[in-house]
Design a binder for this molecule. Structure first.
Ligand code: ADP
Ligand code: MG
Length: 353
């Protein structure tokens, strides 16, 4: 429904030009909770500002329901934005803040009243309509900002790191709240965060970005269990990345071996990789620690660290080629002990780079 087509955005000219987005293409489905995830400076805010119309692309175009919106000024786009700083009027009442945009649009008074009421019920602030905004908590102010952004009934709501000003406990609560709001309204949410936990918990789909490019798009499960690149594997959670040799392909699977071990057939991000040295992603929770001599051991090394966390321990095993691997275990082994690592080979994944 939102079609970002080969969009490039450069700021400045000549030698000092910054390419904030380089030839980005994305299809954001109607009615979905879609997240742009990536480190600071990767271009998330720039992409939102292009969709909102606060900036124009240097190249490429953005279409909504099939029609280019390039010629539409921000206030003529069926798009609204919730900023990190809520940008509320502190001395005005909650109701006036929520109705402000509708007043600007010169909607009939009765309609404005009804919408304010409906929106405040939606964000569960019904009793606070006449309260001044500066008498509310941070979490309540965030709800007012949401109600105000939803009031003109946009087709698309853009949310630029809206939870980053809240403390951890409030943030968790607002995560489910945002999910519920998106579900109940059916509005397409384009949500920006640099927090991978937040992205995994909330999204229908995630676009992982780095340095002005989209690296991978998929459901949280796809991004978590089948990262295509080192960057995505590293950025999402606590994946181990180990060395292997690519021997060849078997259909859409890769044949690899660890060291001089027996060949294994595993998933791969690409069947056009060159045989030779490759990197393989290995989730800590898919690894079992076995005796070094066990024929189930795929990798071998020595325990270099162990941290007890109640439900078990997190152990750090240094493989014989010097790569460190995190493992979650019920019972820790002594530091210095030689161990073998067994893993569910269906969860192994050859990375593109
Ligand atoms: P993010 O939101 O992912 O942190 P931004 O979209 O804000 O990233 O920025 C992407 C890149 O574009 C950064 O290198 C930033 O410095 C640059 N940038 C953003 N806005 C401007 C601007 N108005 N002028 C010059 N450079 C900008
Ligand atoms: Mg930003």
């Amino acid at each position: 429904m939102i079609d970002v087509k080969h969009v490039t955005k450069r700021f400045g000219e000549g030698q000092t030009a910054v390419t904030a987005l380089g030839d980005i293409s994305l299809a954001i489905p109607e009615g979905s909770f879609f997240t742009l995830l990536g480190p600071s400076g990767c271009g998330k805010t720039t992409l939102l500002r292009l969709i909102a119309g606060f900036e124009l692309p240097t190249e490429g175009e953005i279409a909504l329901d099939g029609d280019s919106i390039g010629h539409l000024a921000p206030n003529n786009r069926p798009v609204n934005t919730v900023f990190q700083s809520y940008a509320l009027f502190p001395h005005m009442s909650v109701a006036r803040n929520v109705g402000f945009g509708l007043e600007m649009l010169k909607r009939p008074k009765a309609e404005i009243e009804a919408t304010i009421h409906e929106m405040l019920e939606l964000v569960q602030l019904g009793e606070f309509a006449s309260r001044r905004v500066d008498q509310l908590s941070g979490g309540q102010q965030q709800r007012v900002a949401l109600a105000r952004a939803l009031a003109p009934r946009p087709k698309v709501l853009l949310l630029d790191e809206p939870l980053s000003a809240l403390d951890l406990k409030l943030r968790k609560g607002m995560q489910s709240e945002l999910k519920r709001l998106q579900n109940e309204t059916g509005i397409t949410f384009v949500f920006v965060t640099h927090d991978q936990g937040e992205a995994l918990a909330m999204s229908d789909q995630i676009a992982v970005m780095s340095a002005g490019a989209v690296r991978q798009v998929g459901t949280p499960e796809e991004i978590y269990t089948a990262p295509q690149s080192r960057f995505v594997a590293d950025f999402i959670g606590d994946t181990n990345i180990v060395n292997a040799t690519l021997l060849g392909f078997d259909g859409d699977k890769a044949k690899i071996r660890f060291g001089e071990g027996t060949p294994l057939t595993v998933q791969t991000a690409s069947t056009s990789l060159t045989p030779g040295a490759v990197h393989v992603a290995l989730r800590p929770e898919t690894i079992d620690v076995v005796d070094e001599g066990s024929d189930r051991a795929l990798l071998r090394g020595a325990v270099v660290d162990s941290t007890y966390f109640g439900a078990g321990s997190q152990m750090l095993v240094r493989l014989d080629d010097g790569v460190d691997v995190h493992v979650q275990v019920a019972t820790s082994r002594a530091i210095g002990a030689r161990v073998g690592l067994e893993c569910d080979t269906s969860m192994l994944h050859v990375l593109e780079d």
